[in-house]
Design a protein around this ligand. Structure first.
Ligand code: GUN
Length: 294
């Protein structure tokens, strides 16, 4: 069994990007600038956005964090998005999800200009991804592809089972694993909360990508020997004995599933750090496209 070490690989990627940024500075070029909008005070979201902004600073990008109160109206958020769309200094930006319930998430994501949509959530970019065109690939699926590629995990002809059909992870992942090329060329089954006899499907899987958010959902008896397991779950479980008051756990019963797996991602330290690294990679790409459009 080999651990797919997202912490290590994400650091490698960040170092590669930092080297690119140094070259840009030496050449007197503008460095990439990422902005993030966060609406409200959700603890986990604030932590994620904070990590994204700190990662930018560490590798030499410029970053801007826009904090808006939880009472923000859709109109106010759309106005802020318009400002970022038209601010020539900003190469790319994200709107952290989830949004408060008074705001229509789809309307918001459609307002982000596709050229600045480094999350790859705009229908134009999502459509391009499905059609194998060059675009921004959503950071979490992009990070999973990168992990599989860097560890040389065979995907061609394999049966990939994706658990969860979210717009951010499960749905794009199911498309990407079936595309021509590497990683890809696998036969994909997309399962979700209404799937019957899910164990019957997961025991047939060569690769399982679980993005459900249910701690310990995937058990050893649900997988076959030598399976590749990618755990996208990051659930906070309350625990008073810890200083932070919680611990982070994934969808996979790691202790037992890891005994059968050929490759497995840990939580934390697997997919999570990769998401941030790939957002930075998309921002670098956005800068390059922005520069050459002029
Ligand atoms: N919330 C959870 N994951 C993500 C992500 O990748 N991007 C944004 N914008 N919000 C998220």
């Amino acid at each position: 069994m080999e651990i797919l070490d997202g912490k290590k690989v994400s650091n490698d990627i960040k170092n590669e990007i930092a080297a690119e940024v140094s070259k840009m500075k030496e050449n007197g070029e503008k460095v990439p600038h990422l902005a993030a909008i966060i609406v409200g005070n959700d603890g986990a979201s604030l932590t994620y956005v904070g990590s994204k902004v700190r990662a930018c600073e560490r590798i030499g990008f410029e970053s801007t964090l826009v904090k808006m109160p939880s009472t923000t109206s859709e109109q106010e958020l759309l106005k802020k998005i318009h400002e970022l769309n038209t601010n020539d200094d900003i190469d790319g930006f994200i709107v952290q999800l989830p949004l408060p319930e008074q705001i229509d998430t789809q309307e918001v994501l459609m307002a982000v200009h596709p050229d600045k949509d480094v999350d790859g959530f705009h229908p134009t970019n999502f459509g391009k991804m499905a059609l194998d065109m060059s675009t921004f690939i959503p950071a979490t699926p992009f990070g999973i592809l990168e992990l599989l590629e860097r560890y040389g995990v065979e995907t061609q002809g394999k049966h990939t089972v994706v658990i969860g059909r979210s717009h951010i992870v499960g749905r794009p992942m199911s498309i990407l694993m079936g595309r021509k090329g590497f990683p890809g060329n696998s036969t994909v089954t997309l399962t979700h909360s209404r799937t019957k006899n899910i164990s019957q499907i997961t025991t047939q899987a060569d690769i399982i990508i679980s993005a459900l958010g249910v701690p310990g959902f995937l058990k050893a008896e649900m997988v076959k020997d030598d399976v590749v397991v990618i755990d996208v779950g990051i659930t906070r479980v309350a625990d008073e004995s810890r200083e932070r008051g919680y611990y982070i756990t994934g969808d996979v019963d790691f202790k037992n599933v890891s005994k059968k797996a050929s490759y497995i991602t840990p939580v934390p330290g697997g997919v999570g750090p990769m998401t941030i690294a790939m957002l930075l990679k998309n921002t670098l790409l956005a800068r390059e496209r922005h520069r050459t459009r002029k």
